[in-house]
Every structure is written in C-alpha cells, then in structure tokens.
Design a protein. Structure first.
Lengths: 296, 263, 263, 296
C-alpha cells in the first residue's frame, strides 16, 4: 500500500482558502515569503481575508491591492530602506483595511499559545508601551501574585491556513527549508489548521531518508505541496536567490501614480496566468540572472 | 576622502563603535546601517570578542561588503552560526545573552522611547508608518539600548510621541526598573551631537557636540528641553585615521551607510 | 513457530495494531516494544499513512530490526525526519498533531491512571521506581491513550494507586473533560484480555478474553471490580497468518518484544 | 587581535563547579549524557550538588554512588529495560538523597521560565496527577480568569552549571551537535549561568564557517570546551557510537552485591585517572569496536 500524494496544482491548493479565512504568511520582510501563493490568492479574487504577517511588506501590499483583505494582523509592514508599503499605507490611512497591530514577539507568543493549547503565554515584551493598550483582550497586562512581576498574557491566535515557501519537498509532504528554519514559519505552521507549502523543487523521498536531520516539517504537518521555482520572487529564497531591488523600485514608482498603477498591476501581477508567464513578465532570464546568489 | 577629513556618517559610526566593548553581544533589525557599521568597526579595532548577529540570524558574520538591506542574506557571509529565529534568537534575547540593541524611530522622546507606528491620531493617522516590529519586545528585553538618528530635527525629537512603539526609560526616573525591565537606553548619537541620559531623571542630556555644531543649533533641533551636563560641554572626539581606513576599506567599502541619509 | 499457532506477545501486538488506523500519529517512550511492534505492524498492513516517531524523534523510521532500547538510536534507521525534542516534538504533542500514545505502569487503576513513581508511601517508599517521565505530560496532551501490560495481576491492576504519575480518565465520569483535557484512554491490552472503558463511568470494562482465558481468571487477576459488557463476552480475535508473518519476519525478527516478558 | 580560547582540561573545567551548585546534565536516558564530566565531578569529590536531570540513569547513579548529591531534580531515573538505577533507588529509599520529582515537560517549562525571564510558563501538563501536588510552589495549579481554563504555572528553575556532550566544537566555543539537538540540552544551556561542553573532537573554526547552519551553540553561550573522545561512554553519542549494554549488565550486577561494589567502583570508575585509562579499564579497543555505529 502506498501513501497519499500531497502534490497539488497552485489553483487547487489555493482553492482550499475560503473567503473570510485567517491566513498567515511565512517569511520575514523581503525573505522567503510565499509570493506565488499570494499572487494566486489575488487571481482567485479572495475576499475578507484576515492576514497574519509578523514582519512583512510586499505580500501584504499585493493582497491589499487585490482587494482581498479585511484585516492585517502584523508587527511591521514596510519595504525597509526602500520606503513604506504604498497600498498598505493608503488603505490603513483611508480606513479601508483594518490593522491589528502587535509587536513581533507578542505575535509569536499568541501563535504559540494557539499551537500549544494553553490559555495564554506570558512575556515581558510590550510592557510600558502603547502596543499592549491597543488590544487589552488579547495582550492582557497582569501581575503574578507570587513574585509581584508584571507580564503580558498573550492569548491564542489560531490560524486557518498557513502559507509558507520552502526549498525542497517530497510528494508525501515532507519539507526541507535550507539551511534551516531561520524565520518564524514554524510558529505559523504549528498554529494552523491547514498548511500549504510552495517549494522551489520536489525531490525524491530517498533524499529525505538520506539526510533526515535536515527535514523541517514532517508530512503530517503539511496538507498541500505546490512546486513553484522562484516561488518567493520578488523576494528572496536563501541560499538560492535574493530579492529583486529593481522590482521594488518600479512597483513603488507605479504605486505613486494611482492613475497608472492599474495598468502596471494588470501587466506585471494579475495578468500573467502561469508562474512561468509571470516570471517572463518580470524580465525572464535576465531577471533570474540578476537575483541568483553565488555565495552561501 | 583623505584621512584627517571625515563625513558625518563616519563620525556617527566611529562614535557609536567606541561605545561598544568586548562584552557587547548585539544583533540588528531593518535599515540599521549605522549600528551595523559600528559593530563591525568595534570588532575590527578594540573589541574582537564583540558578538554581532547579522539580521539577528548570522552570528559572527564577516560580510565583505553590505547590501541594500540589513535584514537580508547579503550580510550573512562568513557567519559561524545561522541561528533559528524563535528557538535561538528569542531565547538569547529574553535571557540577556544578547545585551545590546540599537534602534531609531520616526519620533523619539526625551526618555528615549520611540514611535514607528503612526504620525497623527492612531485611528485616523496622517501617516501610517511600518510599525514597531520587534521594538516593543526588544526594548523590554535588552539592557543596553542605543539610539541613533541621521536627521536631528524637532519632528523627530518630540515633546510627546504620537504612539509609544518601543520603550526606552518609559516615563523616566525609576519607571523602567519598576516594570521589571533590565537596563535602559545608554546613548543617542545623531548628526548633530551625542546624548546620554541623566542618571536620576533619565532624561536626555547633552554629552558632546559634534565639531562645528553649537548648543543653540541642537536646542532648536530638539522638541523638548535637553538636560545640560555639569561644566563645559565637550566636543565629540574625531575619528582616528585607522578607524576611518577600516570603516572605508573593510567594513563598508560601498558606503551603504549613506542610504540612511536623504540625498 | 508455525502460522496458525501464536504466542501471547504476538496476540497482544496484533490486537493493539488493529486498534490503529490511517489517522494514528504516534510516538513511543522507554521499554515500549509491544506498541512499537504494533505501530510498525499496522503501518505494514492496513494503515500505511500511520505516523510513528521512533523514540519521539525519528519520524517514519523503518528499522530493519529493533534493539534493546526503544529510546535509542537503534530504532531510528530509515527515518524521514529526525525531530528536535523541545521545538518539534513538544509542539506536535501539545497541539494535537500527535494523537496517540501508549503507556504502561507499575500500577494501573480502573480509570486507566498509572503509577510509575513509588510502591508504598511516597516519602518512605518500599520501592522507588523510575518516575513517570513524560506520563504526566502526555497523559494530559494526547487524546488517544492506549495501555498495555504483559503481566495482568492484582499488584498491577490495583484498587488505588500509591501515586498517580499519569492521568487516564482521572476520577472517572467527566473528570478528564472537566480538567480541559482531550480524549482519554481507549483500550488496555494485557496478557489475559482486552479491556475498554465504559462510556459513562469511564471504568475499565471487559471487551474480550484471550482464547483459553476465563472471566474468573481475569477477575482474580484484577484488584478492582471490572465492568462487564452487555451480552456474551467475546473471545479476542486470533492473528491472521499474514500478520504473524510480517511481525515475525519484518517488524521484529529478533523478538526484542520478549524483553517485556519476565522469563 | 584574536579571540579568547575556551578549550580547557577536564580538571580545570570541572573545578569551576562549586560544592552545593545546581548542575544540569544533558542527554536523555542512555543517549548523549556527559559521562566523562560526571566521572570528573566524582573524582574531584564534589559535595551537596543539586542535580537537574530531566530523563536520566547512569549519570545520576554515578553521582550518587560518588557521594556528590544532595538532591536530584528529575522526571525519570532508570536503566530502561535493564532495570532500576540501583544507587539512586537505594539512596532515595534510605532517605540519604532527596528527590524533587516532576514530569519531563514540567521541567522543560521550569527551565524555559528561567531562560526567558518570565515569572512562570503555563501548561496543561500534569493536570489531575499527583506530580503537581508534590511542589505546589513551583508547579502551581491556577485558573485563567478569562477562559476559565485550568493550567499549571511552572516557575523558573535556574541552573548554575550545565554539562552537555557534543560531537564537535572549535576552540572559540562554537559547538555542533550531530545531527541536530535531538534532546533537551538547549533548554538547560539557555537556563544556565555557565555551560561546560565535552566534545568528541575539536575541529577548526573554518569548518564552522563552511556549514554555519549546523552550529548548535554559538561561542557566547559556552564557557569551556573539553575534548574527550568517547566522552559519553557508557552511553551513546549519535551517530558515532551506541551505549554499552555489557557495561550496564556488569554495573547492575556489581551494585546488587554491596560488599563487592566498592572494588568494582574503584577499578572501573574512580581509579583510572585519564579518560584514556578509563576507556582501557572498560576493555579498550574491543569495547570501542563493540559500540561503534555503522549506519546513520
């Protein structure tokens, strides 16, 4: 008897995400975000999503530009030194998108409370800031009766669907992140009901058996595997390729001209059907040459 | 640029670097070219034991040059360890094993608290900023906090923050210690001067003026009243030729640090 | 041994294996040859999707044979993942991603609670046993608990535990659910019979007697009163030839499972 | 300028452990325990140690046989299928050694509370058992006011000295555990003031730079590195050698004859001075041949 295959087309995998779902995006800032999965959410016209994105930029910005988002739950959304995330900024300022703001560790603690089935996780993070005043229900200021120490009780933040990007997977759903899980993806995978993984490549199960210590997620934590080379583009996938500064430049410039952004958005983001067509619209081979990493 | 002459970015990096020593165990967040240069410079000069985790991930990294992001893999080369973020980084940060963090903000108040969330009212902001990221966390966990700003002006150094994204000395005095938090802000290095914090009030206090900068100039650029030190106000020590050479040739040969200065 | 004839260890393994299915996600602790054989047998017969983490570490291990410890690397060969204990294992266990655990104890009570800490008074024990290890934890976290004992006698199946190292159905009835704990003990397989738990009282109830074992024999061997099922008491189904062949040739060719039986 | 070397002789490293200290032993059961460091504690005649050993056997048994222990803090002490740990059993039954018994996860939670500077960590582990009744101060039963859920508040368990065994280290104190940290050693290292690492071999710093994702502890978490090949013997060090069943056999038999145990103890454990002499007393080469692992 053989085991179930978890490989899936991107369309089928993303069809599992219902409107109104709480999704969580893996990666951090310009690193390892599942951008191809994000683009497919936009293409399928998802609505009213609650997007948990601990530290993010372009992923949140695309989902907002695509009209998919009801609320962003995040610690930071920006393009780092390349500026603010334009559609995020506009939508929050206009009140058309809710923002539930936390700090990085408060979000980690809330996800871990959900993942480990405890009523809350205590931390000193956030003490004395205005961040904890925003959400007194989910980040409660409490005092330990015995030690007299103050702490923030972070309540569970359950996730419906985690979307993460990886380097390698087998068809059973075992996943490998190279060199190891450097960001907070494990936190969202552990907190999620369903996990969809995009992967640079599908490799044989034998490769996993040869180096079992390199496996990041076991098959039972993963529900769908979608093979998408350069699936994090325009962001990076260490150690294979880096983020594309040029994309950020033209994107930010286009967003600064609202009358022209629609055309850019259609041509570069929503128009291309397959991921191959999408990469072609980004400049194809010359872009791939530009972003590849040579050192590890 | 010749030795003997130096630019403001170089003065800021060298000044910050001299504040670090062999017990410094640091890491960095986004858009942190000045402190990243300072950690590397300190490590290459007087503090070889200094620990720096590039992007909080790549411990003891030795990048040949910096890239356009201090959060990305471009600065991870030569590391002795690539750490896992929740399992390693947050344990070291919470446990006091990392002891040094530098941040800046869109607004900074006299107690070294920072705002990176909104300009204007929170619910109807004039500008929605990125958010504090790890500021609210690390401000609470890390005992030695350093602040920097490449644009010392009254819009940044404000009487009252629109939102406190990260804590410095809190409401001043013993507030931070009363919350059970370790240490607090040590120094604030700007393009005009160096400030530390009065040991009682924990309010920002002039330590030294950069060469050619007057006290009035700093006062006008600051939205709150600065504490003055006893006695004469010092002038910030100039960088040594050897510091400038290492910064220019080894630490940041492509001058990525200038990204923090609006052209 | 020929097909058609089988020994008690084989009957226990096969009976337990049939209780598992494709949704079983299990791991094992120390001295757990019977459940380890059962997981492997189920996976090789009717439940190919079954997950078993050898020693809680080596996920989907395919050992060619077992060793003298079920906690050691001798059973890790062929794994698809070597998991990290605090970061991976305890997250999967607390989150319900692992859903199946089997334990035994020096004492077992009618509600499937177990003692592996002391015989006699806690502070002046007659025998100081190893301790519960992860029993107190996993008994609370894992919804599908299986118990086994290779020596069904009144010293093990007791009216009252000397110490509750791990929880089964607690004080019975709704106690476990009232504590906010998921599931509870499903089955107890011994060398004499198979027992499950009454759905209301959560007290141990005979499900089937092994061939040749009488009800009186089981009652005499049990220190508490057993609940009887409605109707006639079944006889435990005999292993199939194919199950015996796979167990003997593929799962445990060196019969390490006999280590659980005092010679 | 060059960095401080952390390499040390075993005598100097263990001399850092004061009488009365709270030490924690790495490894689990028969896997990866720092047995050579334990033997040196015995040889230096340490007294009144509080020994934190989450799941252990021989390490605790040696320290008790050596008269070093005031109290054991543990979830389980045994030789698995090879029987009870004889000196542990005897000492606890006789009341000559205190036992502070927890479960595995309650100890992990207590160590993590110490490591992360929070007043407690909540868990559902232990609910409804007698284990939590033993120590109502350190594992407090509480009820979350908002959700009404019960939990156990596990208070900090700080450790003075962590003793762990690893495969590889450099002289600066960077440490690599192969294939990765499978047991709970990170929990004790993070909770400890001082960490002493015994390692199968010292390798060059360059080897760490070549594979930085394999580093387990960075140099600043480690205070002393002691090179001791077969330093976990008679226990295992994956994937290099397995535990020595024959040793457990003769040890248990010797312990069953109190009148003869002293001679065995002196000959096999405390008598040999260097680790090389010690390995010689265990049968030398033929023992090394017996325990080596051939598959990974």
């Amino acid at each position: 008897m053989s085991r179930m295959k978890k490989t899936s087309s991107i369309e089928e995998a993303i069809a599992r995400v219902p409107d109104g779902a709480t999704i969580a995006l893996g990666g951090l800032s310009m690193n390892s975000t599942p951008m191809a999965l994000v683009r497919e959410l936009v293409r399928q016209g998802k609505k009213d999503l609650v997007v948990v994105a601990i530290v993010n930029g372009l992923g949140v910005d695309w989902l907002i530009a695509g009209g998919c988002v009801r609320r962003v739950v995040s610690g930071l959304v920006s393009f780092e030194g390349m500026g603010l995330a334009p559609n995020f900024r506009k939508a929050v300022e206009a009140g058309s998108c809710e923002l539930e703001e936390y700090s990085e560790y408060l979000l980690i603690a809330r996800l871990r409370a959900a993942a480990t089935h405890v009523p809350f996780i205590p931390t000193k993070a956030g003490l004395g800031t205005d961040v904890i005043k925003l959400h007194p229900d989910t980040t409660r200021l409490e005092v330990d009766q015995v030690s007299g120490e103050s702490y923030i009780a972070c309540t569970p933040l359950p996730v419906d669907v985690a979307l993460v990007h990886a380097n390698e997977a087998d068809s059973l759903g075992n996943v490998r992140v190279n060199p190891k899980l450097v960001w907070m993806d494990n936190e969202i995978v552990n907190a999620a009901e369903t996990t969809i993984v995009s992967t640079e490549r599908i490799i044989s199960h034998r490769d996993f058996l040869a180096e079992p210590h390199r496996t990041t997620y076991p098959r039972f934590m993963v529900d769908a595997i979608v093979e998408i080379p350069w699936g994090a583009y325009p962001n990076s996938c260490f150690p294979e390729y880096t983020h594309d500064t040029e994309f950020y430049d033209v994107y930010s410039k286009a967003a600064a001209q609202p009358e022209k952004f629609g055309e850019f958005w259609e041509q570069r983001i929503t128009g291309p059907v397959s991921h191959t067509e999408f990469m072609g619209a980004q400049g194809g081979t010359s872009t791939l040459m530009r972003i590849r990493r040579t050192s590890t | 640029m010749n030795p003997g002459t130096y630019s403001i970015d170089e003065l800021m990096v060298v000044t910050l670097a001299r504040a670090f020593d062999n017990t410094t165990r640091a890491f960095n967040g986004a858009v942190s070219f000045i402190p990243v240069c300072a950690y590397l410079l300190a490590r290459k000069t007087h503090a070889p034991e200094l620990v720096w985790a590039a992007s909080s991930i790549a411990i003891d990294a030795e990048p040949a040059q910096l890239g356009e992001s201090t959060l990305s893999d471009s600065i991870w080369d030569g590391a002795a360890m690539l750490a896992n973020s929740p399992f390693d980084f947050w344990a070291y940060a919470q446990g006091g094993h990392y002891n040094t963090f530098a941040f800046r903000g869109a607004q900074i108040d006299r107690f070294g608290n920072v705002n990176n969330s909104v300009i204007g009212p929170y619910d109807t902001p004039k500008v929605r900023l990125p958010g504090g990221g790890g500021m609210a966390d690390l401000g609470c966990m890390i005992p030695r906090i350093y602040l920097w700003s490449t644009t010392h002006n009254p819009r940044i150094f404000v009487e009252k923050l629109d939102f406190r994204s990260g804590i410095g000395w809190g409401d001043g005095g013993n507030h931070r210690a009363d919350l059970g938090l370790p240490g607090g802000p040590q120094l604030c290095v700007t393009n005009l001067c160096v400030m530390d914090f009065n040991l009682e009030s924990r309010s920002m206090q002039i330590r030294s003026l950069h060469p050619g900068v007057s006290l009035d100039q700093v006062r006008e650029a600051t939205g709150f009243e600065l504490v003055l030190p006893d006695g004469e106000i010092a002038i910030t020590d100039a960088p040594l030729d050897e510091e400038l050479r290492i910064l220019r040739e080894e630490v940041d040969p492509t001058s990525e640090r200038l990204r923090e200065f609006t052209p």
